[in-house]
Design a protein around this ligand. Structure first.
Ligand code: ADP
Ligand code: NI
Length: 225
């Protein structure tokens, strides 16, 4: 029965919101509830435009950071927590498997291409990546960098290719470096056409930001006044 299904679906989404909000409440390094809200809203919007299943996208987006390695003792522990919560919900086995597969796909670091990369997984990944771009992406990067004790910028730093793994791990990288290492690459990794359009705009804004940042750092911004 259609309406029953929708009512059950809304109940599951509401339960997911409550669960995730409580789970993430204590984190202030960019992995906060507002990130989840933005990724969920954007995911649902992209889902509608791209013809993806909005319920699957919304549920996966709400839960996508639950198993994050940085928020758990390990990825495995995080996945166990996710499974334990899903066990409490009246979900069809196939829906549950799809949601778990989306979340594990986008949780593993590095642009790994899994065999099953559904449209819904592509949409959630795009929404998550879009939140690392633009003005909010900039704010999140500095917030994360600060929480790890990273410098904002160091023009004397060698490029990452010339650093040893140890040097890199020991915090010799900076938040501005993170733009080159990851953020500027994201626009070319978008899966959906709508996601790519939005990413281009946010990317352009970040490029401008970094240019202006360096002008101010070097003191050359006042030259044309
Ligand atoms: P997400 O939760 O969106 O998948 P991550 O867990 O990779 O993203 O990172 C969360 C936020 O912190 C992102 O906005 C990302 O750009 C930022 N971030 C991750 N690593 C670094 C870093 N080394 N320096 C600065 N910011 C970072
Ligand atoms: Ni995320």
């Amino acid at each position: 029965h259609q309406t029953d299904g929708m009512r059950v679906g809304e109940g599951i989404l509401q339960a997911a919101r409550t669960f995730v909000q409580a789970d993430l409440a204590e984190h202030a390094d960019g992995h906060d509830w507002s990130h989840i809200e933005r990724v969920t809203a954007l995911g649902v919007e992209i889902a509608h435009r791209m013809g993806a299943d909005p319920f699957i996208v919304e549920l996966a987006a709400l839960l996508h950071d639950v198993p994050d390695e940085k928020l758990n003792t390990s990825l495995e522990a995080g996945m166990a927590k996710l499974h334990a919560w899903l066990d409490t919900q009246p979900l069809e086995a196939s829906t549950r498997d799809t949601v778990v597969s989306i979340i594990s796909t986008i949780s593993y670091a590095g642009g790994q291409r899994p065999e099953v990369f559904s449209l819904e997984a592509q949409v959630v990944q795009d929404a998550d990546r879009l939140d690392a771009l633009g003005a909010i992406g900039i704010a999140r990067a500095f917030s994360f960098g600060g929480s790890r004790g990273r410098q904002m910028y160091d023009p004397t730093l060698p490029p990452r290719e010339q650093m040893t793994r140890e040097e890199y791990r020991n915090g010799r990288s900076t938040t501005i470096n993170h733009f080159y290492e990851k953020l500027f690459k994201l626009k070319d990794l978008m899966n959906t056409s709508y996601g790519k359009e939005l990413a281009e705009e946010r990317h352009a804004y970040m490029v401008q930001f970094v240019e202006q940042f360096k002008r101010e750092w070097e003191g050359t911004d006042k030259d044309n006044i």
